[in-house]
Design a protein around this ligand. Sequence first.
Ligand code: NAP
Length: 295
Amino acid sequence: MTILVIGKQGQLAQSLAALGRADVISAGRPEVDLTDAASIARALDKVRPKAVINAAAYTFVDKAESEAATSFAVNRDGPVELARACAARGILLVHISTDMVFDGRKASAYVPSDVPAPLGVYGQSKLEGERAVAEACPHHLVVRVSWVFSEFAHNFVRTMLTLAQSREEVTVVNDQTGHPTYCPDLAAGLLKMADIAARPGFAGWGTYHLAGTEATNRASMAEAIFAVSRALGGPAAQVKGVATSQYKTPAVRPLNARLDPDAALETFGIDMPDWRAGLERSVRVLLDEMAKAGG
Ligand SMILES: NC(=O)c1ccc[n+]([C@@H]2O[C@H](COP(=O)([O-])OP(=O)(O)OC[C@H]3O[C@@H](n4cnc5c(N)ncnc54)[C@H](OP(=O)(O)O)[C@@H]3O)[C@@H](O)[C@H]2O)c1
């Protein structure tokens, strides 16, 4: 079956493409712009996919606080147009959302039925997007993801390695916990979800969480990144752990970003490998890239 991925240069879109499936086609800006409904319709009519994975989003969490209009245009209004266009053509839609729809006050990992309460503009725009998608397209899977990293595009691993090239110490919050998720593992899981949802008689439409299965905090994740980098001869910095209350950012992030993926893993028979294997691959590739750029 043909799967159209919206987004081309982003971390998830690149991870989906890297899996190398011939029936997965991606289209991003300028060809497909979520703020341009006609470009969405054109792409669907050209590719005629059985499923669409929306990997495009406005992902600047801090900037969203001062760019609310763009955040809502890309994260809510664009997905609504996409969902309507998919529904009109009988295409199933896998729409990606975030842990940031929650306020992080829960003591354990969030399950899909927990009540969202976003702390900022980005989370609110994603929440309104997921609700609008669900309303506009009955055959939808909204998949919330969290703490995604890889060798592709911008993410926490790249940021830490880049900082360690010029600093001996980096300050990282040590009271935000999440489930690190290697993006190519996430991408493989999403393709499996789309494949299964496309089978006749599938009835599991709705919201799922897909994430790694082990919890850690940001400072420990940074230490794990530097441990791998050091072992491979790359840059490493000392991690100075601080409380979120001491580390001011424009957007407030949930202290608990842990997503419980059990429902997705069971329903779709997905196996999420240990994130540390993905971390080693990410660091290896990024160090290689840095060495080439430097030399
Ligand atoms: N990364 C994480 O840790 C994380 C955590 C929670 C949820 N998520 C969610 O996971 C999904 C994928 O995230 P990601 O990490 O792959 O993000 P990313 O690397 O920032 O990629 C986002 C992509 O969206 C595209 N985009 C932005 N505005 C667009 C528009 N108007 N029309 C079409 N494309 C547009 C960008 O295109 P250009 O290349 O043209 O700028 C970019 O390629 C998003 O829904 C995000 O909210 C990610």
